[in-house]
Ligand binder design. Structure first.
Ligand SMILES: *Cc1c(COP(=O)(O)O)cnc(C)c1O
Length: 386
């Protein structure tokens, strides 16, 4: 089964480019709101780093989600798209003074703090601006996720977060400072997680930590469990929307929320992953010594995930009806890792055919580079052109 695309509209556009299906995005957001809305205190944010395309941000903002940002640039992008400062949180291990000042000036909801030196700098900068910054501590829960090593973030060996053993000490330090206010705990164990057991492990860890804090009379207003829900890269047509029902139900069942406590989620990939497609054209079909190569005009500069994480993206030939042939699909960049897929079956390819590289809405366009002096790919949404 192939996806349904507005091929006639693709014809006049220079390839490669990203195509975004905003109907699917809106449908996905509806399901997120319906499933999270079943539980009291659940608040969903969008992790802007997955895709900061202004039009997508605008659709997501209109659906009522908050914004999770990891840089000053993302805070600006979120504000421009219409997100209220009170719905913006700012995470990241290396926030610069300038970025912190931007957050303070705009009055964002919260800084997710990842170290004591960072806490001290935020306190100092807030003092200079005669303000008080809300802070949450990102705790490294030492919980593994069954995903690619490069996208695991919650292990003791990872650079992210504050060690569990230091948590109470850091909370005490914040309490002694005048220009920061402790408002919550933050976690994020990794990305592309499909095993709900990984989230259960996080819930159990948070329950333990909360019990410990409660014993010391420390109450936490907000718990933020990050993002990480995966998408089905193998079946983008059959499973266009991730299993948000199980995801939110897992947290509702396993995380023991206290009265009035808010539970925040920061979903990136699962919101936008399936709505994006990298559209590319076949330049050459080449018979190598042992393999047949389809050389396309998109490369790792447009979509780096296969080269960076050995990620799988389903590829469909939208111009041909077969017969099936086996190809390596490669880009034009001067790097051996510039390969989209090896030994896959595609409807027979000819020069000029349009291929769809699916499930590319997250960590695609936003990670594009200009290596080899290539132009950045553009992102298209057709609804406003109709
Ligand atoms: C990347 C990131 C997310 C989003 O992760 P997804 O796997 O795309 O859902 C959420 N929170 C933090 C802190 C992140 O760094």
């Amino acid at each position: 089964m192939k996806g349904v695309f507005p091929l006639d509209k693709f014809k006049g556009i220079e390839t490669p480019f990203y195509y975004y299906d905003t109907d699917l995005l809106r449908h996905t957001l509806q399901i997120i709101n319906a499933e999270a809305g079943k539980y009291e205190g659940f608040c969903v944010h969008y992790a802007v780093k997955a895709n900061a395309n202004p039009k997508l941000l605008n659709v997501i903002c209109q659906a009522g989600l908050g914004a999770d940002c990891v840089s000053g640039g993302e805070i600006q992008a979120a504000l421009t798209a219409g997100f209220q400062p009170s719905k913006i949180v700012f995470a990241g291990v290396g926030k610069s003074d300038k970025e912190i000042e931007l957050g303070l000036d705009k009055g964002i909801f919260c800084f997710n703090v990842e170290s004591v030196p960072e806490l001290e700098v935020i306190n100092q900068l807030a003092y200079r601006k005669k303000t008080v910054a809300n802070v949450a501590f990102r705790i490294n829960p030492d919980v593994g996720a069954h995903t690619h090593a490069n996208i695991t973030t919650g292990l003791a060996e990872n650079k992210f977060g504050i060690a569990m053993g230091d948590m109470e000490d850091v909370i005490a330090k914040a309490a002694a400072m005048d220009n920061v206010k402790f408002v919550g705990l933050h976690f994020h164990i990794g990305s592309q997680i499909l095993d709900m057991g990984d989230f259960v492990a996080l819930c159990n860890r948070i329950n333990d930590l909360q019990n410990m804090l409660e014993a010391h009379k420390i109450m936490v207003e907000n718990i933020n469990v990050g993002g990480g829900l995966g998408i089905d890269y193998t079946h983008p047509n059959r499973v266009p929307v991730p299993d948000f029902k199980s995801y939110f139900a897992t947290y509702a069942r396993h995380l023991k929320l206290r009265k009035g406590q808010k539970l925040h989620f920061e979903l990136g990939r699962s919101v936008v992953g399936q709505c994006g497609t990298l559209v590319t054209r076949v330049l050459y079909v080449k018979q190598g010594a042992v393999k047949q190569f389809v050389i396309v005009d998109a490369g790792m500069t447009d979509l780096i995930r296969p080269a960076l994480y050995q990620a799988y993206h389903k590829i469909e030939n939208l111009s041909s009806g077969g017969p099936l042939k086996t190809y390596d699909v490669v880009g034009p960049i001067c790097e051996s890792s510039d390969v989209f897929a090896k030994a896959i079956d595609l409807d027979e390819c000819h020069r000029g055919d349009i291929l769809a590289i699916r499930s590319a809405g997250a960590y695609g366009e936003i990670m594009a580079s200009q290596y080899n002096c290539r132009p950045l790919p553009k992102g298209y949404i057709f609804e406003e052109m109709q």
